[in-house]
Design a protein around this ligand. Sequence first.
Ligand code: MTE
Ligand code: MO
Length: 320
Amino acid sequence: MLIKKPEDIRPSEITPRQVYQDRRRFLREMGVATIAGAGLLPVVADAGQKLPGARKSAYRVDDKLTDYKYVTTYNNFYEFGTDKSDPAKHSQNFRSVPWTVAVDGEVKRPARYQIEDLLQKHPIEERVYRLRCVEAWSMVIPWVGFPLADLIKRVEPTSRAKYVEFTTLHDPAQMPGQRPGLLGAGLDWPYIEGLRLDEAMHPLTLLAVGLYGEVLPNQNGAPIRLVVPWKYGFKSIKSIVRIRLVEKQPVSTWMKSSPREYGFYSNVNPAVDHPRWSQAAERRIGEDSLFSPKRKTLPFNGYADQVASLYAGMDLKKFF
Ligand SMILES: Nc1nc2c(c(=O)[nH]1)N[C@H]1C(S)=C(S)[C@@H](COP(=O)(O)O)O[C@H]1N2
Ligand SMILES: [Mo]
């Protein structure tokens, strides 16, 4: 991360900055060995910082990994602008430490967690997933994280909980895309996404805190983001501050902005075109050029074996 000069620090930043520095001192004084021994991980938002302790899991596709360079410079994160290069450029000073995630709603044990608490409670693992954007391109990314199901079980959903609603941070001072102006995306903020409870509890559904063995870069949704590999990329909401269990189907940001184009389910489906383009094929970023033949998109992005049963009996053209 960029270290700001003192004259650049606004009074509103002073408290978080002190908390941040205190935490760094605390981690330094504890020493890495102790931290590792206690299962604690020093998560501070220094780009490129190693995220140790992730075991390799069996969840990995065989496709060639997309280069780190593309994973971290070709991004959709409209809070930082709508161009693919905007998030990497405009998120460098984003503060993801300290960070709290509230988990509440229809649960018996609502809680607010610091990222460090979450990492102490949940062992992390590396998983290689395909990510298919609704814009008909894809990547293959080695994520580091833990199953969302583990966190949901911890807060004990009530019998009324049927869906999960996720919310991204709303902070126009830090996120230029949330302000009116050139970088503004014209979406309703904060960014909201949702899953049905069984989708959220599915073992593939991951809360990611890193990629390529490192702390999540800001442009990829630091410090914690969702990864739902069988759905279009926009379901994989970034920089999450709230996870709320609810009775009714949430209205996501994209459904609100264009209900004809973006449904609640948004399962990757080559048989259901976007109203403005085909979803039958895709371009793999960093491998396929604009002129190479596109590769065929797989139903549920290749995860049909594992997830198709969730939708048994549903008309997926209607519930797109
Ligand atoms: N909060 C938020 N989350 C978001 C987005 C966004 O604009 N804002 N873009 C989504 C889209 S369209 C995609 S394809 C993925 C991209 O994730 P990546 O940049 O880490 O590859 O993030 C998703 N999560
Ligand atoms: Mo996307």
